[in-house]
Design a protein around this ligand. Structure first.
Ligand SMILES: Nc1ncnc2c1ncn2[C@@H]1O[C@H](COP(=O)(O)OS(=O)(=O)O)[C@@H](OP(=O)(O)O)[C@H]1O
Ligand SMILES: [Mg+2]
Ligand SMILES: [Mg+2]
Ligand SMILES: [Mg+2]
Length: 344
């Protein structure tokens, strides 16, 4: 068997299960139950449910591996009604497909809390974002279920479930009447692939577009202005000679998108001097883009360091671009930003 083949199978089945749960929740509740966390980001019953399922599958197959997951069960422990609601949905999925995987509400909370690992630059750990782009999920837009395996601070395996991305990479994200739902995955050194979330059509290799000049590029950008510096980004686009309008979407779907050539460059410039990017917001995206012919660094050209804890505290900003133009993009970012650390 090839390197990490078992881990890949586990990660794919966990992400598939969780992605389908989020779709079911969206259909049945349309975002009805939302709570706000201290960082002001919304968390839905889907975030909790997806984290419980993924962690339960990881606990079954790799009980020794620690997990850095975004959510914890504190809010649920203090809200019996919400806890019962999440359990009702999770139990449905478990009974249908994996009887016995999680036995009751308490075990579900314990599974969610298996994501509390502090992170390390030694050994294996998983990074999990049960729903990345929670706001995108709530508005029926792009969101992603993201799981990565990190060893000694380097991402070795990444899986991103994007339930709302068209299977056909040439279809626009707003296209109507197209099949939606993909899973993108990559193992370091083995290429990037996508498969359908709902049909058994197998894996297709994906690659970034090879562009000879940045003028041919399209930016893939955040929707939320609080997370993204649209003004600075516009100046950078102009300096790079980019004329195509940006593709805007929430979540790590942006990494999955540029990895298959729908858009070319993803920039995430710091919008606050103190915010530290979370490892689960980037880990799977990085290996998927690199294996598709891309290069990912911070805005100073430094590799993202996943061994610093739960955040990327040794890095500032993210630049993801095809290998051939990454240097030029970084040069322009540095030029436009000047001495500023924070972009507008
Ligand atoms: N202040 C600040 N700065 C930068 N990033 C932040 C900030 N606050 C939150 N987040 C994280 O952004 C994640 C969503 O990123 P997106 O790229 O999807 O944002 S956007 O919705 O398109 O703007 C979102 O991930 P989820 O919580 O998983 O949705 C957050 O982890
Ligand atoms: Mg969040
Ligand atoms: Mg996230
Ligand atoms: Mg999240």
């Amino acid at each position: 068997m090839s390197y990490l083949a078992t881990e890949k199978q586990t990660a794919l089945s966990a992400v598939t299960l969780a992605s389908k749960l989020t779709e079911k929740i969206f259909r049945s509740l349309a975002g009805a139950s939302t709570v706000s966390k201290d960082d002001k980001s919304p968390v839905t019953i889907a975030d909790f449910g997806a984290q419980a399922l993924v962690n339960a599958v990881l606990a079954r197959d790799f009980p020794e591996d620690p997990v850095v997951g975004e959510e914890d069960s504190a809010v649920l422990q203090g809200n019996t009604e919400l806890k019962a609601k999440v359990w009702d949905l999770v139990r449905g999925v478990v009974e249908e497909g994996l009887p016995g995987l999680i036995k009751d509400e308490e075990e579900m909370c314990a599974m969610i809390d298996r994501g509390s690992y502090a992170g390390s630059d030694k050994g294996r750990m998983w990074a999990l974002d049960p729903i990345d782009g929670t706001k995108g999920f709530l508005r029926g837009g792009q969101y992603a279920v993201c799981l990565a395996l990190i060893k000694d601070g380097e991402v070795e395996l990444g899986v991103i479930g994007c339930p709302n991305l068209p299977v056909d990479k040439t279809a626009g994200i707003e296209a109507e009447g197209v099949e939606r739902g993909i899973i993108t995955h990559a193992i370091k050194g083995q290429g990037s692939f996508q498969r359908s979330l709902h049909s058994d059509s197998g894996d297709a290799q994906v690659t970034m577009r090879t562009i000879s000049s940045t003028a041919e590029a399209t930016f893939c950008e955040s929707v939320e202005s609080g997370h993204s510096a649209h003004t600075t980004q516009h100046s950078i686009a102009t300096a790079l000679g980019i004329t195509a309008p940006s593709v805007r979407m929430d979540s790590q779907s942006k990494y999955a998108s540029i990895a298959r050539g729908s858009g070319d460059i993803y920039l995430r410039l710091p919008v606050s001097a103190t915010y530290e990017e979370k490892i689960w917001d980037h880990a799977s995206g990085v290996v998927i883009v690199e294996e598709a012919g891309g290069k990912v660094t911070d805005m100073f050209g430094k590799r993202l360091d996943f061994g610093m804890g739960r955040t990327l505290r040794a890095n500032k900003g993210v630049i993801a671009a095809p290998v051939g133009v990454h240097g030029r993009v970084m040069e322009v970012v540095r030029g436009v930003m000047g001495d500023n650390i924070v972009a507008k």
